[in-house]
Write a protein that binds this ligand. Structure first.
Ligand SMILES: Cc1cc2nc3c(=O)[nH]c(=O)nc-3n(C[C@H](O)[C@H](O)[C@H](O)COP(=O)(O)O)c2cc1C
Length: 258
């Protein structure tokens, strides 16, 4: 190779090396900028909430409800609950919940996630919610499968939903299980009793008929309204019982008149 050719060859290699260095510097700068933004945001949030760490701060400001949706029939309960809950709401839907959502409502997991302010995957055991150090007010599982309910009763925390339930029980936070199954086995019943004694609120997804529901939506809203009542959320999703005046009380007949 002639000297001039070799010089040109070296010059080309130098240009390539310079470009690589530039790309590397850009990547470093981008990471540095991202780190700075995170530190800045973390400081602001920490000052506002008086908390020491950023990652959990969205669980410290307003009412924080976490909703778990599991693979029982009645995914509509979880969906309506998310629609009616005030911020801040976080959702975790199990794999079976997402499949049954498609089957029962024709909606995807993405559409469920969009109803909440935050969402986590059920296998994300590194979510801040997996730790008792992160505050939330209530955890509602709606609908709750007997499988998930039984795991919680046995103290099993094999996914994020069962882990958060376990955290709620140990930290004495509100845990509501909107169970959907019928009939119930003795094992289910004893697990429900165990959980109730540990502080969980067991709510069978069981609509009432005294408000004389005219549609499935009204029956769903009755159940969701009762869940909201448990959480202390004002709602008029269902007609509350106002008592019976003597004139409307039926005499002798056991038939109901509509
Ligand atoms: C269409 C369909 C409906 C189901 N309905 C119920 C139900 O109402 N209650 C229940 O306990 N399990 C029900 N199951 C079974 C649960 O999906 C199953 O036990 C699953 O493992 C629950 O997992 P998960 O609690 O992690 O979502 C149903 C399953 C299918 C496919």
């Amino acid at each position: 190779m002639r000297f001039s050719n070799r010089l040109e060859y070296c010059r080309q290699w130098r240009q390539i090396a310079d470009k690589l260095v530039l790309i590397f510097k850009c990547l470093l700068a981008r990471e540095y900028a991202r780190a700075c933004i995170q530190v800045l945001a973390g400081t602001c949030f920490s000052i506002r909430s008086g908390q020491g760490f950023l990652i959990s701060d969205h669980f410290a400001e307003t009412m924080n409800t976490v909703v778990g949706i599991t693979g029982a029939s009645g995914i509509v309960y979880g969906v309506r609950l998310l629609e009616e809950l005030p911020p801040t709401k976080t959702v975790i839907a199990s794999d079976d919940a997402q499949k049954i959502a498609k089957l029962e409502l024709g909606i995807s997991g993405k559409e469920i996630r969009e109803l909440a302010d935050f969402h986590y995957a059920n296998d994300d055991m590194y979510s801040p919610l997996a730790s008792g150090s992160v505050r939330f007010d209530s955890f509602v599982i709606a609908p709750c499968s007997t499988s998930t309910m039984s795991k919680i009763a046995a103290g099993i925390s094999d996914n994020l939903i069962t882990r958060i339930a376990s955290v709620a029980l140990k930290e004495r936070r509100k845990l509501v299980l909107l169970l959907r199954e019928t009939p119930l086995s003795t094992i289910h019943l004893s697990n429900m009793e165990r959980l109730s004694q540990a502080g969980a609120i067991i709510m069978p997804a069981s609509p009432a008929f005294y408000p004389r529901p005219r549609s499935v939506d009204e029956m769903v809203d009755f159940v969701v309204g009762r869940v909201l009542d448990e959480l202390g959320v004002d709602n008029d999703l269902y007609a509350r019982w106002k008592g019976v005046t003597p004139s409307t009380r039926s005499r002798g007949s056991r038939r109901t008149h509509r």
